[in-house]
Design a protein around this ligand. Structure first.
Ligand code: SS9
Ligand code: ZN
Length: 354
């Protein structure tokens, strides 16, 4: 295959260290949807089509993480597994799942000593197990997002962070929705912090995952330098339920720099691509100097936990349309749970972009 330009993929070689056993669903523990095979299929398809180069991430220091996440949350993630096993050596065979939360009216300024309470303070759902290798995998995944950003800052037209676990549901100080570190937010902030010489003053994040990226939106909600646009299942019926409505347009200095396009279950590519057009026009109007794409492919018709009906061939058109925006672009892999199809679908976006 002849390439107009090579695209670097930064592949998280440690992703399989994060391998949850079960997530809570309707009172039962069911096998996790967010499995290592997802990233393996994307890697295999990239290599099969010989699309650019695949490399491990470069190591970044913690300052890149504290640009987005709170120090006490990062400290919790780094030490959670050891705390868990210290409670009972038998815990080494079990994943951590939260069971109590600091919801409305509770205090969140105090980190309790009790481990279960800490897990609840730093999480938003019981669908996101924390395992022995979660921190190592998530940390390397952040390095992938930062490495892809670095490649774009160095002049590459685009780069792809191929990692799991995903990131867009992770907030400044909580995990949830299968996410721990917000890779897209880290990329956007790194573009701003390191992109002055390259003339990068404003960044847009376009989230095309089926689910609203509540973490990303919240991180940048009052910021005028990061535009967040998302096309997603209507939160009245779809996870994450409590954010992602059309009337959320940003706050304070960030008013006008947030665009949510919720769509009903059953939405097809014709309607979805009209929303993509709308989002990209808003990004152009905002005047972004660079683009981060939260690239979930759980909009696929065969996705087991989602409700849109995009077909595999549609993702080629998505990639083409993203490239036509003409911006330096960091593609960050997010969701997509039709495991056998996720490779073809994600790589179709990459191939369409090229
Ligand atoms: C499925 C529950 C869905 C969260 C989905 C997070 C998607 C991340 N039984 N739980 S892209
Ligand atoms: Zn998703």
């Amino acid at each position: 295959m002849a390439l107009k330009y090579p695209m670097k993929t930064f592949y998280n070689h440690l992703h399989a260290q994060h391998q949850g056993k079960f997530e809570m669903f309707r009172g039962a523990l069911v096998p996790c949807y967010e499995v290592p095979a997802r990233a393996d299929h994307v890697l295999a398809e990239l290599q099969r089509r010989k699309l650019g180069t695949v490399q491990p991430p470069l190591p970044f220091d913690d300052a890149a993480l504290t640009a987005i996440h709170s120090p006490r949350y990062l400290n919790f993630l780094a030490t959670a597994w050891d705390q868990w096993v210290a409670l009972d050596p038998a815990n080494a065979e079990r994943d951590i799942l939260p069971s109590v939360w600091a919801t409305r009216t509770f205090r969140t300024d105090i980190e309790p000593d009790n481990f279960s309470a800490k897990v609840g303070l730093y999480s938003s759902d019981a669908g996101t197990p924390f395992t022995s290798g979660t921190w190592v995998a998530a940390r390397a995944g952040a390095d992938c997002a930062l490495s892809a950003t670095q490649a774009v800052l160095a002049g590459d037209r685009a780069a792809f962070a191929l990692s799991r676990p995903p990131g867009h549901h992770a907030g400044m100080d909580f995990f949830g929705g299968y996410c721990f570190l917000n890779n897209a937010a880290l990329a956007a902030q790194h573009l701003l912090n390191q992109g002055k010489a390259a003339g990068i003053k404003k960044v847009a994040i376009l989230d095309v995952d089926y689910h609203h990226g509540n973490g990303t939106q919240a991180i940048f909600y009052d910021r005028p330098d990061v535009f967040y646009a998302s096309i997603h299942g209507d939160p009245r019926t779809e996870f994450p339920f409590f954010l992602g409505y059309a009337d959320e347009m940003g706050a304070g200095a960030g008013l006008g720099a947030n665009l949510n396009i919720p769509l009903p279950r059953g939405t097809d590519f014709a309607r979805w691509s009209a929303a993509l057009e709308h989002a990209l026009q808003a990004i152009t109007h905002f005047g972004a100097d660079a683009l981060v794409v939260s690239l979930g492919v759980d909009t696929f018709e065969g996705d087991p936990i989602s409700g849109f009906t995009l077909k595999s061939a549609d993702y080629l058109a998505v990639g083409q349309r993203l490239a036509a925006a003409g911006l330096p672009t960091v593609l960050v892999f997010e969701g997509g749970y039709a495991v056998a199809d996720v490779g073809v679908n994600a790589v179709n976006v990459v191939e369409g972009f090229l």
